[in-house]
Structure formats: C-alpha cells, structure tokens
Ligand binder design. Structure first.
Ligand code: SAM
Length: 231
C-alpha cells in the first residue's frame, strides 16, 4: 500500500479530546516494560543525573509513565500542538499521582525546530523515546535528523510506531476493529495514521543508507515497529 502522509501536528481540539479520552493503557504499559527490559539488558540504570525526553508526547500518557517509572530522573515531554500540551499539563494537574510527577515538565515546540544548543534541556539526554510519532513526520529524514540532533553518545533511543498494513483491505479491517472500541474521530485518525505509517523496509533501508547502523529496527507483533539503539 502506498504511503499517504497525514498532518504532523494534532492541532484540532476535538481530535485532542478524542485521543485523550481513549484507553491505551495496555499498549503504554507494554512500551514502558519493553524500554525497561532493554535498559536492564544493556546494564543501564537511570537516576538523578539522567534526562528522559518523550518526543510527540501528546496528552502525556507515556511521559507520565516514564516519570513514575524513573522517579529520580528528569522527564520532558515535547509536542508541537498547543492543544496537546495544554491537555498534558491538565492531566498532570489532575493526576492521582501528581506528587510523583514533580520530575515531569512539558515544552510546546515542533521537534524539528528544537536545537540542542537552545535547549531548555541543560543536560545530555539519556533516554529518547517516542510513541506513535514517526508516522506523523512527513519525511523520514526529518525524524532521523531530529533524533540525531537530540542524541549524544550516551543517548539510548527507543521509538515505537504503527506499521503500515500491506494493503487497503487490511487497513480497513483494522479500522473496523478500532471503531468497535473508539469513537468516530479517533477511528478516522487511526485509519489516516495507518496509511501514513512506514514499513519495516522503509525504516531499515533509511538506517542502512544513512550511516545509522547502530540503530536497530524490529517488528513488534504484526502491528508495530520499534527503532532502538544509539545514533
Ligand atoms: C498519535 S499522538 C501520540 C501521543 C503520545 N506519544 C502517546 O503515545 O500517547 C502523536 C503526537 O505527535 C505530535 N507531533 C507530530 N509531529 C510533531 C512534530 N513535528 N513536532 C512535535 N510534535 C509532533 C502530535 O501533535 C501528536 O500529539
């Protein structure tokens, strides 16, 4: 199936509300566990000196879980949509875990516009994460150039995203499954996201062709891709 890009930022209020009220808990906990296993395997522990950055943080679902999982680190969520950042701030404010989220803050910016020098980030990033971001980025080189800019030799990257279905029929089947669980706005967004997603081959080829071979890509089940390692 041909890739059909979708807008990068989720700016519309109704889109943000619909995304925010959906329950993605299982997938989110799964991602935190995957990151945690990977760090353990690499013998990496995170503490006070470490900074975790969540790119395209949306309403903060993953950022909050990172902040709770690694309470001694500093966690920053970045999103270019003002509506999303407002929602993330609000979610933090009303969270039952509010006291555990003191280490978390948000920045509203397009990730492509942030220069590591200008950064409100005063230290090097230890863990650079994204979930469901890559498919939003119109050009793959923008995503990889961004993570290159954000990374130093201590940075562990871990990025999870949807995998583009093989054909339109499979995409429509997934859309139908989504509509059983979620509202119409989210279902349409999900369908647009599936069509905008990259394939394993596209990510792998980009990595091989652009001197990024310390990054690995693998297929996580039949719906997801994970890019991890160093840049
Ligand atoms: C599908 S949501 C995922 C949100 C969150 N990571 C999660 O897993 O719940 C994708 C988010 O990426 C943000 N985004 C897309 N392109 C971006 C860019 N170039 N710069 C900053 N944020 C971006 C969108 O605004 C949206 O909030």
């Amino acid at each position: 199936m041909e890739r059909i890009p979708e807008p990068e930022l989720m700016k519309k209020k109704e889109q943000v509300i619909s995304y925010d009220k959906a329950d993605f808990l299982e997938g989110e906990l799964n991602l935190i566990n995957q990151i945690s296993h990977y760090l353990l395997r690499e013998n990496i522990s995170l503490n006070e000196k470490d900074l975790i950055v969540d790119l395209g943080c949306g309403p903060g679902n993953i950022s909050e879980k990172l902040a709770i999982k690694w309470p001694n680190t500093e966690v920053i969520g970045i999103d270019g949509s003002k509506e999303m950042i407002l929602r993330a701030e609000y979610n933090k404010e009303i969270s039952m875990n509010q006291r555990k989220l003191k280490n978390l803050r948000y920045i509203c910016s397009d990730i492509k516009d942030i220069k590591s020098t200008n950064f409100l980030l005063k230290k090097e990033i230890s863990l650079l994460v994204s979930n469901s971001l890559i498919h939003h980025i119109t050009r793959l080189e923008d995503f990889f150039n961004t993570i290159r800019r954000f990374s130093s030799n201590i940075t562990v990257n871990f990025h999870k995203d949807l995998k583009r279905p093989l054909d339109e029929k499979s995409a429509l089947e997934l859309k139908t499954q989504c509509s059983d669980k979620y509202d119409e706005i989210l279902t349409n967004d999900y369908y647009a996201s599936l069509r905008a997603s990259y394939t394993f081959k596209e990510l792998k080829n980009f990595i091989l062709e652009n001197d990024l071979s310390s990054l690995e890509v693998f297929e996580d089940g039949d719906k997801y891709l994970i890019v991890y390692g160093n840049v």
